[in-house]
Design a protein around this ligand. Structure first.
Ligand code: FMN
Length: 417
């Protein structure tokens, strides 16, 4: 066995908000009140946040609110002096990332044009652009958002490397329904992580296709009853998020699970049966794609009765047929694809995982110790050993699923053609 993982930890760190200095810019949109919750989410993720507001924003949210949540003064004034420092220059040097949420039409126009008439715009232009990514999350009336001036401003900013989190379609403050609603806050946080990753050398999956399966399957015995398992899809969600954050083009094929666990900007197909999962995986795969098969796929399926089976009070025997093996089918179709499987085992984890790796012609296998504390279904951690086709092995022990996800990706990156 090799020593404790380093590479995965490095990728996880580079793409994480933990310990990062975040400038949170807030502009004069009705959605400004949401910036308070965004600030809390950033700090909950371990970031240190410095709020900066436009004068316009102060009509919608008190600077004291953000200052209290951040534990730092909210900067609004341009012509103020902090001890020996020029405020906007000092902030630009301090920042690891800047996120402007909500971003008004007015702000976007000025930022695109290089008009710097407040402290936020001054500091954004003073950022070292190669090192510090900028994320903007527009929010406005749907007609304003559709206006060519706004669209051109966003296109130009995106071309310059600014990360734009598109607004969502929904009910707007002006009582219309359309695109313009500030993106979901968790989504803004995910885009910040992706932007941090892109600004480091950890965005090593750019141009790569990664297919991830997640959650349980359901095999119905009749229209209202099914066989399943307690998988929540957390491991698959962690892999999908890590791959998306590292720049991959990700597709998720998910069994019944909580949609909110999955990254918002990742294309997801929901399925129930093993057969449907196989078909969706086949449709998502390409010759040189990577597949991480975290789904807890049922091994057996009963024949499905067309009508609800009636209660008779008698013993009922269930005939169980084998389900198709997704990894074997994908390997037969795509000999060059890079495949990772999971083996959940209650004993002999390494030996059984190694046997499965060889039998299914996998590149990587994750042996999962189930039935022990802090491991397996539902929780945030799992106890695992990683093995690859070259004979390399690493006993990772009990780790956060996010950290394990990065380790799996590191291994796939190493082995992919
Ligand atoms: C009630 C109200 C709500 C507003 N909401 C938005 C909005 O959601 N998005 C936007 O771009 N502008 C909105 N505006 C207009 C901006 O506040 C205005 O353009 C202002 O100059 C923006 O200044 P700033 O970009 O410096 O913060 C709103 C104005 C009012 C009065």
């Amino acid at each position: 066995m090799t020593a404790a993982p380093q590479a995965g930890a490095a990728s996880a760190r580079a793409c994480s908000l933990a310990g990062r200095h975040v400038v949170l810019g807030v502009t004069g949109s009705i959605a400004a009140y949401k910036a308070a919750e965004l600030l809390r989410m950033l700090t909950r993720n371990g970031a240190e946040a410095q709020p900066v507001m436009t004068q316009g924003a102060t009509h919608f949210l008190g600077p004291l609110t953000l200052a209290t949540l951040a534990g730092r003064e909210t900067f609004v004034e341009m012509f103020a002096r902090d001890d020996a420092d020029i405020r906007h220059i000092a902030l630009a040097r301090w920042a690891d990332i800047a996120v402007v949420a909500p971003a008004t039409a007015d702000f976007l126009g000025k930022y695109r044009s290089g008009i710097v008439d407040d402290v936020l715009l001054n500091l954004l232009l003073a950022l070292p652009s190669q090192r510090v990514p900028v994320v903007v999350a527009p929010a406005m009336n749907d007609e304003m958002f559709a206006h060519p001036a706004v669209q051109e401003n966003l296109e130009t900013l995106a071309r310059r490397g600014v990360f734009v989190v598109p607004p969502e379609h929904g009910e707007l403050a002006c009582k219309t329904i359309g695109p313009g609603r500030l993106a979901d806050l968790a989504r803004i946080v995910q885009h910040c992580e992706r932007a941090l990753c892109a600004a480091s050398s950890a965005a090593d999956f750019r141009g790569r296709r990664v297919v991830v399966t997640a959650g349980p399957t359901r095999q119905y015995l009749d229209p209202v009853r099914f066989l399943s398992n307690p998988s929540t899809g957390r491991m698959g969600a962690a892999v999908a998020r890590a791959a998306w954050t590292r720049g991959a083009d990700v597709s998720v094929v998910a069994g019944p699970m909580d949609r909110a666990l999955l990254p918002a900007d990742v294309a997801t197909v929901f399925v129930e049966s093993v057969q449907d999962m196989l078909e969706a995986v086949r449709a998502a795969m390409s010759a040189d794609a990577m597949l991480v098969m975290t789904a807890a796929v049922g091994d057996f399926a009963p024949p499905r009765a067309p009508e609800k089976i009636k209660k008779t009070g008698q013993v009922r025997t269930l005939e169980l047929l084998p389900t198709p093996d997704i990894l074997t089918a994908v390997r037969a179709q795509h000999p060059r694809a890079t495949l990772a499987g999971f083996a959940a085992e209650t004993s002999d984890v390494c030996a059984r995982a190694r046997e499965k790796l060889v039998r299914k012609k996998l590149d990587v296998i994750v042996g999962n110790r189930v039935g022990v504390a802090d491991s397996g279904f539902a929780g945030p951690t799992t106890d695992a050993v990683l093995i690859d086709r070259t004979g390399w092995e690493q006993d990772v022990g009990a780790v956060e699923k996010t950290a394990l996800a990065h380790l799996i990706l590191d291994r796939l990156r190493e082995l992919a053609p």
